[in-house]
Design a protein. Structure first.
Length: 146
């Protein structure tokens, strides 16, 4: 492929991936609108529903986001009563994030929103095709990080 590959903007894989990403984000945003949260906030809620008590750094690492954007999302969700920050007794600068009862209840509603989007994305694909697509996308991600 390299530099002699004819670049047709409409067939460009980067543009296609970007378009799919936007469509996914729009669908998730629409399905989460009744709960007044963004897809990124939903991912934090789902992650904490699975592994409550993570630190801000652990959340950032798991979701591949920078700590400052995670901090803003945590603050927003804390203001909505969805989660609490629990300060460490041995280091006041370190805290873990935990879902409140309201956050646990919210998780039960947002998980189907995200799952529904994933189900739509996977419609018509075999398990083997989905595994291959996942493998290829991870390979592209690794290539871009080099």
């Amino acid at each position: 492929m390299g530099s002699d590959y004819k670049m047709d903007l409409l067939d460009n894989i980067a543009v296609l991936i970007h378009d799919v990403k936007l469509d996914i984000a729009m669908r998730m945003t629409k399905s989460l609108a009744p709960y007044d949260i963004t897809p990124e906030q939903a991912f934090i809620i789902i992650l904490l529903n699975e592994r409550d008590g993570l630190s801000q750094g652990e959340i950032a690492f798991a979701l591949r986001k920078d700590k400052s954007s995670i901090a803003r999302m945590i603050m927003s969700l804390e203001n909505k009563g969805v989660m609490n920050r629990i300060t460490s007794s041995y280091d006041r600068r370190y805290f873990k994030v935990s879902l409140t009862d309201q956050g646990k209840s919210l998780a039960e509603n947002v998980i189907p929103c995200i799952s529904g989007t994933i189900d739509v994305l996977e419609t018509g694909f075999s398990l083997e095709e989905m595994n291959e697509l996942r493998r290829l996308l991870m390979k592209m991600r690794d290539n871009i990080k080099k």
